[in-house]
Write a protein that binds this ligand. Structure first.
Ligand code: ZN
Length: 186
């Protein structure tokens, strides 16, 4: 039930309460997007606008020590690592964006704004192998992390906007005509 309640059948079963999670809010909203005639092209734009907004809000968070500490981990691209599994790469990428959202000092925005990106990951990114973008992604994240950690609001927004724009350009070529398909309810 909206990812919030799981009902197990049988002896010892019954309802249990899950976690409040932006991914589940995203899943619920796909029904509305689908019925409202929204396309993947529109979802991508919402993703870019939302992520840029989140980065700006995280950079503006008055709790500077918390933001600086969280962003420090990402401020330099990691050392050359050997092959990484696709799932691990996607998780690692998603984790940075989840972290930026958690640094937003507003629980409504923190839940609402990541949804387009999470739907995109679930519906689109998992169909491709974005590991070829790995170097670029790490450099982008490092640049966003430095600007966000330093509290440079405009720069954090612009860098995140650029980062998502690059990912969209990569995906658009691969998705092709399906860009104009309705967002699926799932
Ligand atoms: Zn990213």
């Amino acid at each position: 039930v909206h990812g919030l309640i799981t009902i197990r059948r049988g002896p010892g079963g019954g309802p249990s309460v899950g976690q409040v999670d932006a991914a589940n809010l995203g899943r619920v909203s796909t029904l509305f997007y689908h019925l409202g005639g929204a396309t993947y092209s529109e979802l991508f734009e919402a993703w870019r606008v939302s992520e840029a907004t989140l980065a700006g809000l995280a950079a503006a968070n008055p709790d500077r020590p918390a933001v600086e500490a969280a962003m420090a981990v990402y401020s330099e691209p990691g050392p050359e690592e050997p092959e990484i599994e696709l799932d691990d790469f996607v998780d690692l990428h998603t984790h940075f964006h989840v972290l930026v959202a958690e640094l937003v000092d507003n629980r409504v925005l923190e839940l609402m704004l990541p949804t387009s990106g999470l739907i995109t990951t679930h519906h689109v990114v998992n169909n491709f192998d974005p590991r070829e973008l790995r170097d670029r992604v790490e450099q982008d994240h490092a640049a966003v992390a430095r600007a966000t950690g330093a509290g440079h609001v405009g720069q954090a927004r612009a860098l995140m906007d650029d980062h998502i724009r690059g990912l969209i350009a990569y995906l658009e070529v691969r998705v092709g005509d399906q860009l104009e398909d309705l967002v699926e309810w799932r």
